[in-house]
Design a protein around this ligand. Structure first.
Ligand code: NAD
Length: 360
């Protein structure tokens, strides 16, 4: 935290309902509160049963179910969903599922201006952000627009009971990454810093409990609570080197989203820590440790997550290409991102050893 307080904080209008059972007993009320009477429910093909239950709970207010969501919102997928929402004469969209479903709902809101309600089933945090993404010709474009921020978010820990433990762990550490980068973001604020530390603490404490007892509604609820806080941090700040690296690794090399975040985070934080000591100390406090990068790597390892980019299928020859792409894209980051610097982080994450760098 700076010695002299100097910040701009914006609170965006968004309702959050959090309770077991909320997906089917609160979504209709949220829609009614927004004055919506004709909702199209969207989901991915694997989330149809849950989305159907939400659709049924809306009764007459549901005009259809569209199950076309896929990873990274390809433009053709968004086109088809926009056609569906127009053909149905809908006045709002309910997205049920992970970041891919919420992402499709956002693309629909962006194109049509229709209000979005999100019912998340992973810890991605997309539901708390005004950031949209669309993939065209293999390239993912992202942007910020308040119209895509869900007006209401219905968090139901029961939906996450079916999230397999490996995905719960990587999705949870993906959430922690949002909070870590929010702590050293140029636009962080004291309120975001509080949310970020509590988000890291809550998620890091919940994940071992989720792994031990995946059916525990209490552990699931605590993880989802952490995801809410971490997602709020993502929505409010500008992300740095870690998110840039993961964007390149996912976009150019097709590496899986949450797993990539899990592998890279300790190394990105170790690289940035000398330039952002207060943020690193805040993460360490939240993890009840003196060394945040080691603790994050230890948490992931203990919970059986992938440890290296090599394990995720990256080739050694890709490292230089990824480093050049990362350094070439002006990233907001506390420490300068040179090609050599990006390469050092990538190589360390590729090998999966101890997360340590010279202060340089
Ligand atoms: P996802 O939505 O693709 O879900 C991953 C897998 O988990 C899918 O196969 C899905 O069917 C399955 N799944 C989801 N919920 C489940 C549940 N409860 N039980 C069992 N299986 C379940 O992936 P994700 O990790 O949630 O989100 C990643 C995507 O979201 C990426 O495209 C990423 O770029 C985007 N994202 C965007 C933002 C933003 O602010 N715009 C923020 C975070 C992530």
């Amino acid at each position: 935290m700076k010695d002299i307080l100097d910040f701009t904080h914006e609170s965006r209008p968004q309702r959050v309902v959090f309770r077991p059972g909320a997906a089917t007993n609160a979504t209709a009320g949220e829609a009614a509160g927004l004055g919506l009477r004709r909702l199209l429910v969207v989901c991915g093909s694997r989330g149809t049963a849950t989305a159907r239950a939400v659709a049924d709970s809306l009764g007459q207010a549901c005009v259809g179910l569209h199950d076309g969501a896929t990873m990274h919102v390809p433009v053709e997928v968004a086109d088809r969903a926009v056609e569906a929402v127009r053909a149905a004469g809908a006045d709002g969209v309910v997205a049920v599922g992970g970041g891919s479903s919420v992402g499709l709902g956002k693309a629909m809101a962006l194109r049509t201006g229709l209000p979005l309600i999100a019912v998340p089933s992973t810890y991605s945090g997309s539901e708390m952000t005004p950031v949209w993404g669309l993939t065209e010709g293999g390239e993912k474009r992202t942007g910020r627009d308040p119209v895509v921020l869900p007006r209401s978010v219905v968090y139901d820990p029961e939906l996450t009971l079916s999230l397999p433990v490996p995905l719960s762990v990587t999705s949870g550490i993906n959430a922690i990454a949002h909070a870590v980068e929010a702590l050293y973001a140029p636009d962080t604020t004291p309120l975001i810093a509080l949310m970020a530390q509590e988000g890291v603490r809550a998620m890091a404490a919940a994940l071992p409990a989720v792994a031990d007892e995946p059916d525990s509604l209490e552990a699931r609820g605590r993880a989802l609570y952490g995801a809410w806080l971490c997602g709020s941090c993502l929505g409010a700040t500008t992300m740095g080197l870690h998110h840039k690296l993961c964007h390149v690794l996912g976009g150019t090399f097709g590496l899986p989203h949450a797993e990539t975040h899990t592998v890279v985070l300790p190394y990105a934080l170790a690289y940035n820590a000398p330039a952002a000591p207060d943020a690193a100390a805040a993460v360490a406090r939240a993890l009840d440790t003196h060394d945040a990068p080691h603790a994050l790597r230890e948490l992931a390892t203990r919970l059986g997550a992938p440890r290296s980019l090599a394990e995720l299928g990256l080739k050694e020859a890709d490292l230089a290409v990824a480093a050049a792409q990362t350094a070439g894209q002006a990233a907001t980051n506390p420490r300068a991102v040179t090609v050599d610097g990006a390469l050092a982080v990538l190589r360390a994450a590729y090998e999966g050893g101890a997360p340590e760098f010279p202060a340089g």
